[in-house]
Design a protein around this ligand. Structure first.
Ligand code: UTP
Length: 310
């Protein structure tokens, strides 16, 4: 694969779509964005913003929907609460409360109708301008010990065009994801993407490589989205717009994929949400020892079929 001239346009902007309806999590998401649901004691979206900052993306834009108040408040100061904690001398909690407001002061743009992820990304066009940018889905958690975004930025700087994150899944599950047709490259974790299809019919998937919620995109994607008609579920699909870019050698293409093998949770899915909480709680110094002991007893009781009132 020919290596391209590195681009001088650095990736500094992160776009975080958080305007979906979150129907899989109703009724919890009736009045609260699913990105605000707590993973142990932090909302999912805070982990995502922390990930953006860890990859040196200093400019964060959130695409919000009808319940945006909670998101804005979370990343803002709360002077009343801070004053109360100061009076109580509760420095530990004070630091935790301030963490999110010191992390970033995001920009916000409203997606008036949740017409799909492609449409949400298009809402970022005026803010992003003519620079490659990262997209991090606000309900997708990547374990900070398995950095993915910095590798994707590196790949984008090397090859230009656009980069998506892929994960090999059970072929029986691929119909739940966007799926990529791929060709190997000289780098074990990098593939050339030759085609994309959103939620393929069982038996029609070109591979078992699923698109997960991280992207580094060339701004040419905006024009591609504008030309993309509604697809699966009547929504404007980002996958369909990116499919168009897979055919290009410039102007948004080529599209490469970074194959991720680390820990990732789709917190918009109830099962994955529970797994994320259990795993992260087990690993916490403050909660882990007690919680692990309880979990061990609980699972032993379950395995023995003994009714558990623990
Ligand atoms: P999902 O595909 O999980 O859709 O969105 P959803 O509507 O949020 O959730 P369900 O399927 O009804 O439970 C993936 C990401 O794209 C954002 C979501 O907020 C989530 O971060 N999104 C989706 C938007 O910002 N706007 C949209 O119109 C659709």
């Amino acid at each position: 694969m020919p290596s391209r001239t590195p681009r001088l346009r650095a990736v500094t902007k992160a776009v975080i779509p958080a305007a979906g309806l979150g129907t899989r999590f109703l009724p919890a998401t009736k009045a609260t964005p699913k990105e605000m649901l707590p993973i142990v004691d932090k909302p999912a979206i805070q982990y995502v913003v922390e990930e953006a900052r860890a990859a040196n993306l200093t400019d964060v834009l959130m695409i919000t929907g009808r319940n945006k108040r909670a998101l804005e408040d979370h990343f803002d100061r709360n002077y009343e609460l801070e004053e109360t904690l100061i009076r109580k001398g509760d420095d530990a909690r004070l630091a935790r409360v301030r963490e999110s407001s010191e992390l970033a002061s995001p920009h916000y743009v409203r997606q008036r109708d949740p017409k799909g992820l492609g449409h949400a990304v298009l809402c970022a066009e005026p803010h992003v301008g003519d620079q490659p940018f990262a997209v991090l889905l606000g309900d997708d958690l990547i374990d900070p010990r398995d950095p993915l975004l910095s590798r994707m930025i590196e790949v984008q700087e090397r090859f230009g065009g656009s980069v998506i994150a892929l994960m090999e899944v059970d072929p029986a599950q691929i119909h739940l994801y966007g799926c990529a047709a791929i060709e190997a490259t000289a780098d074990e974790d990098v593939v050339r993407v030759t085609g994309l299809v959103e939620k393929p019919e069982p038996g029609e998937a070109p591979s078992a490589y699923a698109i997960i919620g991280r992207y580094v995109l060339d701004p040419a994607v905006f024009e591609a989205i504008k030309k993309t008609p509604p697809g699966r579920g009547g929504e404007i699909q980002l996958t369909d717009a990116l499919q168009e870019l897979t055919h290009r050698e410039n102007d948004g293409g080529p599209v490469h994929g970074v194959v991720f093998t680390g820990r990732r949770y789709d917190t918009g899915d109830r099962g994955d949400y529970l797994r994320a909480i259990v795993r992260l709680a087990c690993e916490r110094d403050d909660l882990g020892p007690d919680f692990r002991a309880w979990l061990r007893d609980f699972t032993t009781a379950e395995l023995n079929g003994s009714p558990s009132d623990m």
